[in-house]
Design a protein around this ligand. Structure first.
Ligand code: FMN
Length: 205
């Protein structure tokens, strides 16, 4: 009798593990929840994000899919307010034709700024950097950290007359250039989702 019960348990477990997995309801899926809840945050509490939390977010970032696993990015995490202010001041000084408040404000007050550079010799490196940034923002969301993807600091830094001075601070390797920024911090706002156009997606029969 014992054998029969044991065999039944083994068969049941085996069948369960072979059964096709049924899709989870969106509401029960942590990844879907994080994707749907993430919004760009432009107001942050003046509270630092711990280095352990940041390291987990970065680890999720570098585990993104990337072309040929070349990892064609270099990432600089700036959580020191003095360094951040120094970079903002240099950006304003290097873009004299622009309003300095707008230039300095492009980081949206995020207490942590992640500068992501791409390998200019790899044609897919911008995609790699985008996927890295996406992973980081979703990981941050799942950990209660707000985020924003930022393109304007890239323009303000790469086009600045003193861009070499800023590059010195960021310290990328030769053949790398700034591609994307991600701001991180604890959200002081909870914006609604902006509308998305599902008609841009077509199924082909
Ligand atoms: C490549 C890229 C560049 C962006 N640059 C900026 C930026 O410079 N400033 C800004 O406030 N938001 C920036 N955003 C955020 C977008 O405005 C935002 O993702 C979009 O409006 C959708 O809103 P959501 O992120 O809340 O869903 C950028 C987003 C991406 C993906």
């Amino acid at each position: 009798m014992k054998h029969i019960i044991l065999s039944l348990i083994v068969v049941t477990i085996t069948l369960m593990s072979c059964a096709p997995s049924t899709p989870q309801e969106n509401t029960e899926n942590a990844v879907v929840e994080a994707i749907m809840a993430r919004r760009s945050i432009r107001q942050y509490h003046a509270v630092p994000v711990g280095r352990d939390t940041l390291m987990q977010i970065m680890t999720c970032g570098i585990n993104a899919a990337n072309g040929q696993n070349k990892q064609s990015w270099e990432v600089r995490v700036v959580d020191n307010p003095t360094t951040l202010t120094q970079i903002q001041d240099l950006m304003a000084a290097g873009n004299t034709a622009l309003n300095p408040d707008i230039v300095k404000g492009c980081m949206r007050g995020a207490p942590v700024m992640v500068f992501i550079a791409r390998d200019i010799n790899y044609d897919f490196s911008a995609y790699d950097c985008g996927l890295l940034a996406g992973n980081m923002m979703l990981a941050a969301q799942s950990m209660g950290v707000g985020s924003i993807c930022l393109g304007s600091p890239v323009r303000f830094i790469n086009d600045a007359t003193n861009s070499a001075e800023i590059a010195d601070i960021l310290g990328y390797s030769e053949n790398y250039e700034l591609c994307l920024c991600v701001g991180l911090g604890y959200a002081a706002e909870s914006p609604d989702a902006k509308p998305r156009d599902i008609n841009k997606v077509k199924f082909l029969d």
